[in-house]
Design a protein around this ligand. Structure first.
Ligand code: SF4
Length: 242
């Protein structure tokens, strides 16, 4: 597996939809007396371009950088910083960048002038946590000029019918339950139903984690954080099209 790292360019966010209700950014910031609604550039903003004393990049070629784990890449406040972010991705073609957003409606206007159908090293995932957000966001995501795009259903909060909207345009679907205190229920039947739709459309699928409150065959399980990924792996239902 490729080496991966987080790249938090900016910090802070605004709740956007149901999946944001128990957002850990708000929880952790509140514990530290910080207002999570205040969006600010972080000290790690220029991470991909940093060099060591020998002049080599500190992030080695081949690394996968997951962006904005404590924000959303397409927030309005970040409009003024994004051109520089795109420039860094252009400059580090030897890295892969992954962006996860709940704001697909803001993507088109935020793309750089030389984007065409996308940068080869950038993948954009859109989060769809329930039927309402899938109905709203899937058609948007599908219509965008993104060379690499996919769907994340995490935290999965209900059954989702993609209404035959999946297809080769979507490279991957990841599903997972909700973690943390007061986590909401994830039902294994919802997970299996999304997997079925992925298999039928020939789209790769990963069941990433069960979440803290997991229902299977009508029985509810409270699953410790350290076991949530392991239990999902054990289900053995990941799917890669041949
Ligand atoms: S978009 Fe992401 S970071 Fe922002 S409030 Fe929602 S869950 Fe939190």
């Amino acid at each position: 597996m490729a080496r991966s790292e987080m790249w938090n360019l900016w910090h802070g966010c605004h709740r956007k939809s149901e999946g944001c209700q128990r957002c850990y950014v708000f929880r952790r910031d509140a514990e530290n007396g910080i207002d999570a609604n205040r969006v600010r550039k972080t000290a790690a903003f220029d991470l991909p371009l940093r060099r060591n004393r020998r002049g080599a990049y500190t992030i080695p070629a081949g690394t996968l950088l997951w962006t904005c784990f404590t924000s959303d890449f397409f927030l309005e406040e970040a409009d003024v910083w994004r051109a520089e972010a795109w420039q860094m991705m252009r400059e580090r073609k030897d890295l892969a960048f992954t962006i996860v957003t709940k704001r697909p409606e803001r993507i088109r206007q935020a793309l750089p002038a030389d984007w065409a159908d996308g940068y080869g090293n950038v993948t954009i995932y859109c989060t769809m946590e329930n039927q309402r957000r899938a109905d709203e966001r899937l058609p948007l995501l599908r219509s965008l000029p993104l060379r690499h795009k996919g769907i994340i259903c995490e935290p999965l909060l209900g059954k989702i019918d993609f209404r035959d909207g999946l297809g080769q345009w979507c490279e991957h679907v990841t599903v997972g339950g909700e973690s943390g205190p007061q986590a909401r229920m994830c039902d294994y039947a919802w997970v299996l139903d999304i997997r079925r739709q992925c298999v039928s459309a020939g789209v790769s699928f990963v069941f990433k984690q069960t979440g803290a409150l997991f229902r299977k065959d009508g029985r509810v399980y409270h699953i410790k954080r350290r076991l949530q990924h392991e239990q999902a792996q054990r289900a053995g239902i990941n799917y890669t099209p041949q």
